[in-house]
Design a protein around this ligand. Sequence first.
Ligand code: NAD
Length: 373
Amino acid sequence: MVDLNRRGLMLAASGALAASALGTPALAAPAERKIGYAIVGLGGYGLGIIAPQFKNCQHSRLLALVSGDPAKAKRVAGEYGILERNIYNYQSYDSIKDNPDIDVVYVCLPVAMHAEYTIRAAKAGKHVLCEKPMAVSSRECEAMIAACKSAGKKLMIGYRCHFEPNNLEAIRRARAGEIGKLRYFRSEHGFVAGNPSAWRLKKAMSGGGSLMDIGIYALNAARYMTGEEPVAVYATERTDRSDPRFREVEDMIEFELEFPSGVLGSCMSMYSANRNQILLMGDKGRIELEPATSYRGIKLWVGNGRGGDGAAEITPPPGPGATMWAGQLDHMAQCVLQNREPIVAGEEGLKDIRIIEAVYQSARERRRIALRA
Ligand code: NAD
């Protein structure tokens, strides 16, 4: 689980930002250089979502690109003012070690490539921000953590919701006891998968189906909303294997998480319906987010659970960045500048992958799987 002390610091940092936005002087920070990022993988997320976010950052800049498509890389470099010498391909990737302006490599590749490109970046002396899910297996996650540790480099996983104001406010209220003793967590996450030949639907590239890609949001939220680590899982899978999209990976998977305090977590992930929701119930009320983890439009409600449906919509205080992505990129940059550990370090990604492995085992063997502490 996210270290609550560090979470507290994160919330405190967001408060300082909010204070300065309101004109209250925040602690004076010395002028710092901007941390240089290289994006590896110019696909839907790396190019479509991450690259445009650097304009919202205070401590991060997009400095280099790694792509297998030279024409695309050249075009993107032109758009973002990236020097031609800072364009790499998958063959020249290791020579980033000779480029002192690259501090952090942001791995935005299919999941099966995360371990290799993280380990190569660490060996080249670079810090790594790697997309979720961290890797296709816990063994790979462990190798990534070990490589970054032995190179003395930071490793952070792209769990953007840890920088999203509504999710942060939901966590704050749950920890503050606003809904009383926590009893039940529920999250459904899904979208309709399309092209059967996409890497997400190929097990060797994705490591699994909806659970790896979108169900991981429900799992990660179960942990950050309750502040607890599950002790056991029980899962059921439903997949129409005659659907060409689901020859190799699962569609629907439902899993129960048992938490030490007695909270029950109920998570559902699917590739055949659109859904994005989180509910946390306590003995004095409930917290709901819907959509909960989408790119935009996230909404938060808090209610006392009495007298029917009386939940009120909450406007959260500003988050740690202008957007959740800017907050995420700048958090990594500040960790590098101030030699701090990211709040969502490699160990956080590893924990999710270990639980995911247990969920798959439970669905396969149709039995409850206890998780090691
Ligand atoms: P994508 O298919 O759009 O992009 C993948 C990129 O990898 C492309 O540029 C492609 O050319 C490149 N690539 C290199 N070798 C490849 C190969 N052998 N097969 C396929 N592509 C190859 O995928 P995406 O949606 O950008 O996802 C990339 C990563 O980002 C994944 O880890 C995914 O889980 C993650 N992601 C995270 C979020 C989020 O909200 N945090 C959202 C979407 C994707």
